[in-house]
Design a protein around this ligand. Structure first.
Ligand code: COS
Length: 409
């Protein structure tokens, strides 16, 4: 039987996240948006109440929440402020490749770092010339003895200025396209790591977005995630697991815009009646309501598939694509419901419209999601193409144990 009733624990988490979003995020969201103020105070509080690092397993100090619970939290956080929310949630993206492909030691060290105190990590995939086209990356990692030497530059890195470590994807075999990419954990304080640029953005201005350069950075070989040249797959497996969270955040933005519109349409009087009495407004409100509910259903569906250990590439991309595009449509309509006031910064909805735009861009554009969806529908990957996460993690762990054994001998 299909049942959308949440468990008591999920309801409590939703209440916790909603109350946090209402009391701690909304009260500063519009102010922090003006100058792009870094929300360290909100991050510290979110860490304290347990709203960060929700997917980190208990073995490494996290709450080990299921994907559905994570999405329930993320919708509320997106409702509060998706700019601050992106700063709060970026650890999930950076840590997923470590959870999937890190050795036991790597997981203890780097996931443990995130759960011990309010530390941050960033995901370094995108480059100036390699956005959608991941295989076109130029960052290079060359093995020298027991370390790799890393050179290159990553852009649009969320939380880049404040991260304590990065998950970095680099070419280890430059002639092999997507089969020549590997993933590493890189300490932010390693010699040769520099933060080059903080971006001044249209929306989500309270989140930090930076360019990070790596100049002859020495990365210990044990910081390799999964196996050499398996980085592309690891990145795709990561995105399969994080796109539902982005979809949830987009649902939260859309819901916020919808709620503001409903409220305003009942107060604003034109032609002698509240504008909610006009069918033109009612139709926009009706479409907003439908898009919010449909976004949530797709999001929950993708999360539940992941919780059941099933492949979720198709539904994750459908959820991300639909929720992101819907958030853009709903927030644009919200500005329309507010009329000229919607265009004024004193009113809440123009920020939501600016914030929504990035949902169609980061973690894969809406066009990339359509590519993934079309490929999954027309030419689905054989299940064998996807080594189970546990299998990859086990392999990495085995490898590190045999390395240790070899080192002892
Ligand atoms: N899980 C595991 N493996 C996957 C996978 C997934 N979800 N998707 C693809 N793969 C594997 C394929 O099985 C194939 O493996 P083999 O090397 O064994 O053949 C390999 O990866 C290449 O797959 P594919 O041919 O589908 O890749 P394409 O180059 O055609 O397309 C796209 C890849 C464009 C979909 C990918 O590059 C992408 O998602 N780009 C967007 C990146 C992005 O989201 N950037 C934002 C950065 S994070 S803010």
């Amino acid at each position: 039987m299909v049942d959308f009733t949440l468990t008591d624990e999920q309801k409590d988490l939703r209440e916790l996240a909603h109350s946090f979003a209402d009391k701690e995020m909304r009260k500063v969201a519009w102010e922090y948006d003006v100058d792009g103020t870094w929300p360290q105070d909100v991050i510290d509080k979110a860490f304290e109440v347990g709203l960060m690092n929700t997917h980190i397993p208990e073995a490494y100090g996290g709450p080990g929440l299921d994907y559905l619970s994570g999405c329930i939290i993320e919708e509320e956080i997106g409702w509060g402020c998706s700019g601050i929310g992106t700063s709060l949630m970026a650890n999930g993206l950076a840590s997923a490749p470590v959870t999937l492909g890190g050795s036991e030691e790597t997981k203890k060290k780097y996931l443990g770092m995130l759960t011990e105190s309010a530390k941050l990590a960033s995901f370094g995939l995108t480059e100036p010339d390699a956005g959608s086209d991941v295989s076109g990356m130029k960052t290079r990692a060359v093995k020298q003895g027991d370390k790799y030497i890393l050179n290159g530059s990553k852009c649009f890195i969320t939380n880049g200025t404040y991260a304590d470590w990065f998950t970095v994807f680099a070419k280890t075999d430059p002639d092999s396209g997507h089969r020549g990419i590997s993933a590493f954990v890189v300490d932010a304080n390693a010699a040769g790591v520099t933060v080059d640029k903080k971006e001044d953005k249209m929306g989500q201005r309270a989140s930090n977005t930076a360019t990070i350069s790596f100049n002859d950075v020495e990365v210990p070989a044990e910081n390799l995630l999964a196996e050499e040249n398996k980085g592309f797959k690891l990145a795709m497996m990561t995105l399969d697991r994080t796109r539902p969270g982005v979809a949830a955040m987009a649902t939260g933005i859309a819901r916020a815009a919808f709620e503001f519109s409903v409220e305003y349409s009942k107060e604003r009087v034109q032609f002698g009646v509240p504008i909610a009495m006009h069918q033109a407004i009612q139709f926009m409100i009706a479409d907003m309501s439908t898009k919010v509910d449909a976004s949530r259903l797709l999001t929950w569906n993708s999360a539940v598939l992941l919780d059941q250990g099933k492949r979720a590439s198709l539904i994750s991309s459908e959820a991300k694509r639909f929720a992101a595009d819907s958030a853009m449509e709903v927030t644009t309509d919200a500005v329309q419901v507010y009329g000229g006031y919607g265009f004024i910064k004193e009113y809440p909805v123009e920020k939501l419209m600016r914030d929504a735009k990035i949902m169609q861009l980061y973690e894969g554009t809406s066009q990339i999601q359509r590519l993934v969806i079309a490929k999954e529908v027309l030419l689905p990957r054989a299940v064998d193409d996807l080594p189970g996460a546990d299998e990859m993690a086990a392999k990495a762990s085995e490898q590190s144990q045999s390395d240790q054994a070899a080192a002892t001998v």
